[in-house]
Design a protein around this ligand. Structure first.
Ligand code: 8YV
Length: 320
């Protein structure tokens, strides 16, 4: 049997790149997922997509008449048009679990960096200012006495909450429905922001969550408020966040994700009370290898026996 043809979007690196090449006949598209360079015959033969970086939009799906599965590299899949996939019976898979701990670790690191100004303190030392000017100024912020709200208590949110237990801070969370967890549920996001002074967002991207966090939430969080975003940049009204940081509506923010990555507005970069990371939540070699391996195994499992390992709920797998 000739090998199954798949389209790789983005540039895989690590052992899973070899796994894909070994198991499939691969076509390569740039990050835009463009298939324009392929002959009609090669395009029509593609049965799977491995999306390492970029998007799988309705146009791409329409251009691939034999497509059966789109395997995404990442737990979030707002870069894949799942409605268009579901309408064609195409299965979408993501990479949950394997990045949970890494991303939760990053969230806690970012929280501490933000509250205690650790990156600014390091810059101070490197600039020779400790010796020249004396000790770094005491930080107004501390985790002591804070109460933390988590927006979005999925796998990563739960892992963040468990880590926070070790820090001895009270924890509440916002999800649509309460979960069976030992933390206080708050049914409304603005209410949650009002009841805590530290808000960590792990909300997923997509139309339903776009700009959910804006003026109202920042005002509710208040002048001692710290906002940390490790979910998706699209969930935040970035202009409102910049205003809130600038005029003291909130105290500080730690961001790993942005509205238009990799673009980060100069106005954010200029703000001393914003800690900014270039979307590194899951970005260690072991974790990215595990994500790539799971993405490849989803494709292999689908073509072997029609049972992908981690399909997303919007595109159920046929049970025949
Ligand atoms: C990655 C992520 O940055 O899994 C996700 O949803 O945001 C991150 O782990 C991304 O998937 C890599 O492109």
């Amino acid at each position: 049997m000739p090998p199954i043809s798949i389209l790789i979007i983005g540039t895989p690196s690590g052992p899973f790149a070899d796994k894909l090449e070994h198991n499939f006949s691969t076509e390569h598209a740039g990050n835009m997922g463009t298939v324009a360079a392929l002959t009609d015959e090669r395009r029509a033969a593609i049965r799977g997509v491995a999306c390492v970086d970029g998007t799988v939009d309705a146009g791409l799906i329409a251009a691939l008449p034999k497509l059966e599965i789109a395997a995404n590299f990442g737990v979030g899949y707002d870069n894949v048009d799942v409605a268009a996939a579901a309408a064609r019976g195409i299965v979408v898979t993501n990479t949950p679990d394997v990045l949970t701990d890494e991303t939760a670790d990053t969230a806690l690191g970012l929280l501490l960096m933000t509250v205690r100004e650790l990156s600014a303190a390091e810059r101070y030392l490197r600039a020779g200012r400790w010796q020249a000017e004396g000790a770094y100024p005491l930080t107004a912020g501390t985790l002591r006495g804070r109460s933390v709200g988590i927006a979005g208590l999925g796998r990563i949110g739960l892992a963040v909450a468990r880590r926070l237990e070790g820090f001895g801070v009270p924890i509440s969370y916002h999800t649509r429905r309460p979960r069976d967890v030992p933390y206080r549920h708050v049914g409304d996001l603005t209410d949650l922001a009002r009841q805590v002074d530290t808000l960590i967002s792990l909300l997923p991207g997509g139309a339903a969550t776009r700009h959910l966090i804006g003026d109202e939430v920042f005002e509710a969080l208040g002048p001692t408020g710290v906002f940390v975003n490790i979910g998706r940049g699209s969930t935040v009204d970035e202009a409102a966040l910049i205003r809130a940081l600038r005029d003291g509506t909130i105290h500080a923010a730690g961001l790993d994700v942005f509205e238009h990555e990799p673009h980060v507005p100069a106005a954010l970069i200029d703000l001393p009370n914003a800690v900014l990371l270039p979307h590194v939540g899951s970005a260690s070699v072991p974790t990215r290898d595990a994500m790539g391996d799971l993405m490849a195994r989803n494709l292999i499992a689908w073509f072997n026996d029609g049972r992908p390992l981690t399909p997303v709920p919007e595109t159920p797998v046929p049970t025949t």
